[in-house]
Write a protein that binds this ligand. Sequence first.
Ligand code: MG
Length: 260
Amino acid sequence: MEAPGRATAAALAAMAAAVRPGITTLELDAIAEQAVRDAGGEPNFMMEPGYHHTICANVNQHVVHAIPTDRPLEPGDIVSLDAGAAVQGWHGDAAITVVLPDPARPELTAANERLSYVTEQAMWRGIARLAKAKHLNEVGAAVEAYVQAESDYGVLEDYIGHGIGRSMHEDPHVFNVAMPRKGPEVKPGLVVAIEPIISAGTIETVIEDDDWTVTIADGSMSAQWEHSVAVHSRGIWVLTAPDGGAAGLAPLGVTPVPIP
Ligand code: MG
């Protein structure tokens, strides 16, 4: 799964380099598709029945599964970009959030940057917990505890992480909150997408008329960060990070180990 992880990372890096006010999410979608194909992959979101794009592009209160559009991005937008790739039948899935600063609205810019930062750090804390966990539901407990300690944001409960492998979405569920059960045992061979999805307001959502786009019900801003992470015999490796997650995990005392 290293190859689809690298292709997914390439798509996110290409979009991160291109995103700016004035570009549309359809243009970012084309950039991501090219990056995936250049890396020898196929866009796997297109393998989902009825979906025709490489990415989901979630702007502001649109939180997940939003279809790219021809609306130019604007200063003040907070945008999560979710992409995936398949190589030889194996899958990768990851997401970043990008804040477009608005010099005329510094408070909005700062609020969006804080929302993205807490969401990204929640993801890293979930990944760090996976490195030491006996059972998978420790991940969600770590994500929720961090978000609650750092903010009054809401952790969405209706949209969660997942196993990933021969298909993009597999068992087991990867919750982003504490659960009453321990969940499956964490052991070598487990590969999961860890993806906290956070709202600055309510966690209630609605699905738009396009049957894909999920919107925060009270219109609050939202953010999402995601990586696909492998558990192997010597540790964990973040498949969708070029450095295996080393930079994100170092402050948390976890060193990712390349897959033997
Ligand atoms: Mg996912």
